[in-house]
Structures are given as structure tokens and as C-alpha cells.
Design a protein around this ligand. Structure first.
Ligand SMILES: [Ca+2]
Length: 173
């Protein structure tokens, strides 16, 4: 069971637990152009990250994970991005949660050995080498029905709405 997230504002997660509010991300200029862009907690769970900037971003040594019950990054589940992992300018990185990466993926794709909680929702994170969250998004309970996803429209910048699954590609309503 996962509890605790409430809302996220572009990389600054406001975590409300038992009446207190806590930031779960740190400022990190290296990943400033990255944002969660699409996610699903059903079907093959995944999260897509987009590089909205004009230059490639090297995320070697960073990682992705799900959350502890308090919404913080779960260190035990971190999948580490290996040396040479680059999110191209305007490009994508996909993390599959307890699911395999699509065959023939042309974008960086990694498998995290934890699922995204569809029933109760949870925070999902990009973490730095110290497992501190540098990007966090709250996947809401039942955020996407089976076969669909929750993605930003317009792609990369808009609010999260119901979308078709477009792993490693621009979102579509
Ligand atoms: Ca997409």
C-alpha cells in the first residue's frame, strides 16, 4: 500500500502527510530541462521523461524509482542509469516499472524492479547518485485506464490528461 502524495508542480513535489508539507526534490541544474511527460500504472507500468531543452543531457549515474509509503524515493528499487546515458535534446528516456522495455527501443529505456501503484497512486522519482529526488511526479490513483496513459498535452509542457501510450514519442490525446 502506498500513501502520501498530493500534488506536484514541475519537479517540486509537495508532499502532504499527516498535515505537514515537505519538498522531496532538490534543485539540480543538470536536469533542469527534464520533466516527467507520460506515465501509466496499468498495463506495462512506465514513466516517460522528456528533455525539453536545446542540448543533450547526460544522466549517467542518476536513476529512477518508486516511493516509500511517505512518498520519498525508495532506495531499494532504484534502477541506475549507466555511464553514457544521454537524453537527447527534445528526446526521451523511458523507465519500465516491473515490465520489459519495448523491443527495438530507439531511446534509453531501463527496467525498474518495482511497479507503480495503480490502485492508490504513488510518487515516482528521478534520483541523483545519492538517491535524492531531482524530479518527482505524483501518479494519481487510477490515473490511467488499462491501455491508456496519463501524459502532458501539449507534449512536454501541458497538464497531465488522458493520452494514448506513446513511449519514447510525442504525446497524443
Ligand atoms: Ca510519450
Amino acid at each position: 500500500m502506498k500513501h502520501g502524495f498530493v500534488r506536484t508542480v514541475f519537479g517540486v513535489a509537495a508532499l502532504v502527510t499527516a498535515g505537514c508539507t515537505e519538498d522531496t526534490t532538490v534543485a539540480d541544474p543538470r536536469v533542469a530541462a527534464l520533466t516527467f511527460n507520460e506515465m501509466a500504472g496499468t498495463g506495462a507500468d512506465f514513466a516517460e521523461i522528456i528533455n525539453t531543452g536545446p542540448t543533450d543531457v547526460d544522466v549517467s549515474g542518476y536513476g529512477a524509482t518508486d516511493s516509500n509509503n511517505d512518498g520519498s524515493p525508495r532506495a531499494a528499487s532504484v534502477v541506475r542509469f549507466p555511464a553514457g546515458t544521454i537524453v537527447r535534446a527534445g528526446g526521451y528516456l523511458v523507465v519500465m516499472y516491473e515490465s520489459n522495455c519495448p523491443a527495438g527501443a530507439t531511446y534509453p529505456c531501463f527496467r525498474c524492479e518495482a511497479g507503480i501503484s495503480q490502485g492508490s497512486g504513488e510518487n515516482i522519482h528521478v534520483v541523483n547518485a545519492q538517491n535524492v529526488a531531482v524530479r518527482t511526479v505524483a501518479y494519481p490513483a487510477n490515473g490511467a485506464p488499462s491501455g491508456r496513459s496519463l501524459g502532458r498535452i501539449p507534449n512536454g509542457t501541458g497538464p497531465f490528461v488522458s493520452t494514448v501510450r506513446t513511449l519514447g514519442a510525442a504525446n497524443s490525446p
